[in-house]
Unconditional design. Structure first.
Length: 178
């Protein structure tokens, strides 16, 4: 166990899961299990779509496969492509919050989903399977083995404990290498 108190361990959390009304529809997705984690960790609320000035409420985004790449584009306005902005924001978060030891993402989000987000062809046909949101995918790529979970996985006590243990192990390994 780390020499730091558990409360000092920082985790990122999709803002909507903490009750912030930042979703495209102006609502939140407050989650009691996520709030319980914030009793143990220092939760840093982050909404990448709000942070890149898309506003609240806003037109929804979805993921579109163009050639071999996935893009975050407006549903009603396919010319609105925020892929680069989300990736740039992820890089900025990675640099500005180097002490994050875990992340709780919003499932099925085009920004924050972790292998749970549907994606579409350019003609609007939904593809088989699921992918990660642009922001969460970049965070995972930049952060290597950072423990991540979606709120839907936290409905199971074993998954909650697994995530808590993974965050502690990550924090401990980081403090040993510092």
């Amino acid at each position: 166990m780390s020499t730091h108190s558990t409360k000092q361990i920082q985790i990122g959390v999709s803002s909507c899961l903490l009750g912030d009304k930042v979703r495209y529809d102006g609502q939140d997705k407050k989650n009691d299990n996520v709030l319980k984690l914030c009793g143990q960790f220092d939760c840093i609320a982050i909404c990448p779509e709000y942070a890149i000035d898309l506003g609240v409420p806003r037109a929804p985004l979805h993921l579109v496969q163009i050639a071999s790449e996935i893009h975050a584009r407006g549903v009603a306005n396919p010319h609105q492509d925020v892929t680069g902005l989300l990736a740039e924001f992820a890089a900025n978060i990675h640099k500005s919050l180097p002490d994050l030891c875990g992340y709780v993402f919003k499932a099925r989000s085009p920004s924050c989903g972790v292998n749970s987000t549907p994606f579409f062809n350019e003609d609007g046909t939904q593809q088989l399977g699921f992918t990660s949101g642009i922001y969460s995918g970049c965070i995972q790529q930049l952060s290597g083995n950072l423990p991540v979970v979606e709120e839907t996985q936290l409905n199971d006590n074993n998954e909650i404990l697994r995530f808590i243990e993974a965050v502690h192990a990550f924090a401990s390994a980081r403090s040993r290498s510092a």
